[in-house]
Design a binder for this molecule. Structure first.
Ligand code: FES
Length: 191
């Protein structure tokens, strides 16, 4: 796949996202600068960076698929396999580790019945152990899609999971704190 006319007629993205990408590549003096935002938006819509996503993003920017992969593999928030509707990233880097992150990570594993990179059977959650997510001052911290939850303790784990089950319309869902939001360029989280 190459060239804008092809990507417009054969796009695997929604018309809204395709239009957003058209605007993004014109926004930067160097098209390649749009790569990371495009990958994040694509992941939000498709769920992960499939081969087809990588091919279309490469064509839109005018770089090779290998160029896209070389950049994308550097960022832990970008994934190449499907994840749950809500992807829980538990930071176990130094500040969080000193504040009980491993106990927290273990608690999430117990509650969800999955390990690193696992997905729950109902597809609602996936879980990952990750490096620093930039919330060290409020350790221990986790990120669920684009929501941050910080200053956590073990007893908060069930209510966090209940909140997201509720959002997914899954059994056992309910309402609690949604956490703080972080979004790429004001974009929407994928759930
Ligand atoms: S060490 Fe956990 S957020 Fe920085």
């Amino acid at each position: 796949m190459s060239g804008n006319s092809n990507t417009e007629s054969m796009s695997l993205f929604s018309p809204q996202l395709a239009a957003r990408f058209d605007a993004l590549v014109k926004k930067y003096p160097v098209k390649r600068s749009a790569l990371i935002p495009m990958l994040l938006y694509a992941q939000d819509e498709v769920g992960y960076l499939s081969d087809a996503v990588i091919a279309e993003v490469a064509a839109r920017i005018g770089i090779t698929e290998l160029d896209v992969r070389n950049v994308a593999t550097y960022y832990s928030m970008l994934r190449f396999k499907p994840a749950g509707k809500f992807n829980i990233q538990v930071c176990t880097n130094i500040s969080c580790m000193l504040r009980g992150a491993y106990d927290l990570y273990e608690r999430f594993q117990e509650e969800l019945g999955i390990g690193h990179k696992g997905i729950t059977k109902d597809g609602v959650f996936s879980l990952e152990e990750v490096e620093c997510i930039g919330a060290c001052c409020w350790a221990p911290a986790i990120q669920v899609n684009y929501d941050f939850h910080d200053d956590l303790s073990l007893d908060l784990v069930p209510s966090i999971l209940r909140e997201y089950r509720g959002r997914a319309g899954a059994p056992g869902g309910g309402s609690s704190s949604p956490g703080r939001k972080a979004q790429p360029e004001g974009g929407a989280a994928h759930a």
